[in-house]
Design a binder for this molecule. Structure first.
Ligand code: ZN
Length: 353
């Protein structure tokens, strides 16, 4: 820093000293803590109280995308009873961060349930250790319980990056090792204090995806069916099902929820508008895909290039999955024909005439 700037800054500090002192006295200016050079690596976490019964807890984990928000863990509470909705990531740092938070802020609560919306490890892999920590019962839809406990070597949604795949290995192991104490099929209920929480089977993102609806308050925990930011990834069958997903969105709309508490990102208050936005988005995609095929596009790769021209390399597989999910739905509607070529690596597509 130049001498001139240094002396200007010193002068400024001298002039503003009385003002800063007064602000500090009134609690309006909080001294910034000095950064510790060799402190243990701590992950960033945030707690966000929505109302007296609902709290959002986020541990920011570096995952496949820097812009995509990491998964939410929700605390639903009534009097001294509480439940978690989803369990977040199960790595050492994430769990340590949550333990600190629960011990500091929520030690007065008695946690009875950990309700998992679906089997994906960003929601489930914290389950085993949070279950021990809180002595709570884990629950998930029976279909996703089976998938959760079926070993799988790969995750279609993840990019080919060494550091991420090592983290993913830990998350996958933790998810697989998460005991499930009870299953919750569609319509089954758990109680949290005076609240009635109903499982709503809403497949599409996964086959056994559950939303959880709080009857007394109208809060709907939407898992990955509705996100606070962006649209969720729906893979092609057998993992995902676009038609089932759209049907699930309509089911969710019928609940007329007052608030969506999503699997990622902030709460959504304009719930009906959000559902409409998501349904419209998928309809636009369908139309784009049909138009491209009509203009002579023959392979799913060409469609992916046209619709996601600037996507980073690591996310191309996920983008292709999205397109195949749409194609599979259009096949189901009898509008498109698909033929697998190159041993399934490529889908050759045509309109049904
Ligand atoms: Zn998911």
């Amino acid at each position: 820093m130049s001498n001139l700037r240094r002396s200007a800054r010193r002068t400024l500090r001298r002039w503003t000293r009385p003002v800063r002192r007064e602000l500090r006295r009134r609690g309006l200016l909080v001294a910034r803590p000095k950064r510790e050079e060799h402190a243990e690596e701590r992950v960033e976490s945030r707690a966000n109280r929505i109302d007296e019964r609902l709290l959002q807890h986020v541990v920011v984990v570096r995952q496949f995308s820097r812009t995509f928000p990491t998964s939410n863990v929700w605390v639903l509470q009534d009097r001294s009873d509480a439940a978690l909705v989803d369990a977040g990531f199960g790595d050492e740092q994430s769990i340590a961060e949550r333990r600190r938070f629960f011990e500091r802020e929520l030690s007065h609560l008695r946690f009875r349930h950990i309700l998992l919306t679906h089997h994906h490890f960003d929601h489930s892999s914290g389950g085993r250790r949070l279950r021990e920590l809180l002595r709570a019962e884990t629950a998930i839809n029976p279909i996703d319980e089976t998938i959760l406990h079926t070993p799988s070597g790969s995750n279609e949604d993840l990019p080919d990056e060494a550091e991420i795949s090592e983290r993913a290995r830990v998350w996958r192991e933790e998810a697989l090792a998460t005991p499930i104490d009870r299953t919750l099929a569609d319509g089954e209920i758990v109680r949290v204090g005076g609240l009635t929480v109903r499982a709503v089977h809403t497949p599409g993102h996964t086959a056994g995806h559950n939303c959880y609806f709080v009857e007394e308050t109208g809060v709907l925990f939407t898992g990955d069916n509705v996100l606070g930011i962006g649209t969720s990834a729906i893979g092609p069958p057998p993992a995902g099902d676009m038609q089932a997903y759209l049907d699930s969105l309509l089911r969710m709309r019928h609940l007329e929820a007052t608030l969506f508490a999503p699997g990622h990102g902030p709460v959504v208050r304009a719930t009906a508008a959000k559902i409409k936005e998501l349904v419209d988005h998928r309809a636009v995609r369908d139309r784009q895909i049909i138009d491209l095929i009509d203009r002579g596009y023959e392979y799913d790769r060409q469609i992916r290039r046209a619709l996601y021209p600037e996507i980073q390399k690591g996310l191309r597989r996920a983008a292709r999955g999205q397109i195949r999910a749409h194609l599979a739905r259009l096949v189901g509607q009898g509008m498109v024909q698909v033929e697998e070529v190159e041993g399934g690596k490529t889908w050759r597509v045509a309109l049904t005439r």
